[in-house]
Design a protein around this ligand. Structure first.
Ligand SMILES: O[C@H]1[C@H](O)[C@@H](O)[C@H](O)[C@@H](O)[C@H]1O
Length: 525
């Protein structure tokens, strides 16, 4: 666990953006006043696994719904065209990007809703949207109806992408929190892999062209039904319960979820949460906004969360996720969708590796190692594009250039470095960095940053490849530059928070970025 060697927890005046490091010893931060011992950390109990896996179904749907459209797009045009209005490329971009826009809106409001109706309630809302959107898409008879269906599913994706990491973080013991949030990202990547596989399996001749895309998109509703039911058996988070003056219920949840903790530890955990909560439920939105921007630690939490979420998307990863089949077909691969599964598979395998490393090595260190790896991978891909002839038609046959297999290898290198760090860490950071008062609002803004950039990257990829100097090669160089700039920013502002309680992180950011003087006082957990 990182430790900070000077305790300096003075309050921050409005506007102060000091870069002076806060060097605090977290062991003194979370206990109630006068009690300087830390509560024991809860173990990972069966309950924690169960609630993480149940909540993770939203991650699966996030992945499935964002990736399934690439295969569906290949088949839906005849069903949605009329003689007067054939489906155009513009229609296809609209159908694809409406999900990101829906997610942007969903993510923005989900946090505020979560403060009001609870974390579980918001998961139910997401499920309703997933189910409605899946049915709407499966039954769509026009481009307009399809865009509505994609937007509804997008709302669900945005809501789910915010609420699940938040729900898991608020229920996990600190020493395992990072890993458990990564499980949700693992579900996202699994959903993406399944979407590609389902796309391959259900394509004609297995099903008729009209039925194939309807089934691909409609299937997304089924896991949501299961999650909707399972969530009735899962607890609300103790933080939300305390915020709503339900201390007894919160104590019951802590006892159940954390396994056999002593009563003293349960009390300490609850007292730590109470300190963070400070009865803020009735704050109007204006007061929350003011608190988010005028309190230094909140402002810094927001800057770091948005930086990481922005970097996760601006590094261009999703252009591979959404368009790798197109890229592979342009450089002459025979079965581009199957080859694209390599990207999704690598993403999933390395996210699983991140799961094993994140709470042991620490988020900051993993990021500082993996971002340069991404940049190198991107530059090597650019080099391969430089040597590969870009085909004008897929039927031109496979290229025999040695750069073709090298391109796959370089992409895998980039994707593995991405999945190890920036693919998962922003979701952890945004759910643990904000104090209760501004948590809903702050996580909403960070999630929205993710989806705005997701939309921009998705919408600009094809035109940029076509119009930019150097085509794909130039674009990959731009992504590499983004990684370089991102590395400098991360190094400057992102402190390690491995093993800290959520209430302690606020103190780390109180007088500065808290980056310097990080000493690893513990080996592995
Ligand atoms: O964390 C996830 C994951 O890395 C996915 O593979 C990616 O498609 C998403 O955009 C990202 O938010």
């Amino acid at each position: 666990m990182p430790s900070y060697s000077r305790l300096d927890a003075e309050d921050d005046g409005p506007g102060a953006l000091s870069s002076q490091p806060l060097i605090a010893n977290p062991d003194t931060l979370s206990a109630p006043a006068g009690d300087f011992s830390r509560p024991e950390d809860g173990a990972i109990t069966g309950w924690i696994w169960l609630l993480t896996l149940t909540a993770g179904i939203s991650g699966l749907l996030f992945g499935y719904d964002t990736a399934s459209i690439s295969a569906a797009l290949l088949h839906l045009a005849p069903s949605l065209s009329t003689p007067e209005n054939p489906v155009t490329t513009w229609d296809k971009s609209l159908i694809t990007s409406s999900t990101s826009l829906g997610a942007l809106v969903g993510g923005l409001f989900a946090g505020l809703l979560a403060d009001r109706i609870g974390r579980r309630g918001v998961i139910w809302v997401a499920d309703g949207l997933f189910i409605l959107g899946a049915l709407w898409q499966a039954l769509a008879g026009s481009v307009g109806a399809m865009v509505v269906g994609r937007t509804v599913v997008g709302l669900g994706v945005g809501v789910g992408s915010l609420i699940v990491p938040l729900y898991i973080s608020e229920l996990s013991p600190p020493s395992h929190r990072g890993r458990l949030v990564v499980i949700n990202v693992l579900f996202i990547t699994f959903g993406q892999l399944i979407a590609y596989a389902v796309g391959l399996i259900l394509s004609p001749p297995t099903l008729s062209q009209d039925l194939s895309w309807r089934f691909m998109l409609g299937l997304g509703g089924i896991p949501a039904v299961f999650q909707f039911v399972f969530m009735f058996f899962m607890p609300e988070t103790p933080r939300w319960l305390i915020q709503h003056s339900r201390r007894q219920d919160a104590a019951r949840v802590v006892r159940k979820v954390y396994g056999d903790l002593s009563e003293r530890s349960v009390e300490q955990i609850l007292a730590g949460i109470e300190q963070g909560v400070e009865a803020v439920t009735k704050d109007p939105l204006g007061a929350k906004l003011k608190a988010l921007f005028s309190v230094g630690s909140n402002r810094r939490a927001l800057a770091i969360s948005c930086l990481l979420q922005g970097l996760q998307q601006a590094c261009g990863f999703n252009s591979l996720m959404y368009y790798s089949a197109t890229i592979f077909s342009l450089v002459g691969f025979k079965n581009p969708t199957a080859t694209a599964m390599v990207v999704a598979g690598t993403n999933m395998v390395f996210t699983a590796l991140a799961f094993t490393l994140i709470d042991r090595i620490g988020r900051r260190r993993i990021l500082l190692w993996s971002i340069p790896g991404m940049a190198v991978g991107l530059l090597l891909c650019a080099l391969a594009f430089h040597h590969l002839p870009i085909l004008t038609s897929v039927s031109s046959g496979p290229s025999s250039s040695p750069w073709t297999p090298l391109l796959i290898l370089f992409m895998m290198a980039y994707v593995s470095a991405y999945a190890l760090g920036i693919g998962a860490i922003p979701w952890i950071v945004q759910s643990e960095f904000f104090p209760m008062r501004v948590r809903g609002l702050g996580t909403g803004m960070a999630t929205a940053t993710n989806w705005i950039l997701n939309f921009i990257v998705g919408a600009t990829f094809l035109p940029a490849v076509e119009w930019m100097w150097g085509g794909a090669q130039g674009l990959f160089i731009v992504y590499a530059i983004v990684c370089g700039v991102g590395w400098v920013a991360v190094n400057r502002v992102y402190p390690e928070t491995r093993g800290l309680r959520m209430e302690e992180i606020e103190v780390v950011l109180r007088n500065g970025w808290g980056v310097r003087e990080i000493v690893d006082s513990e080996d592995d957990e």
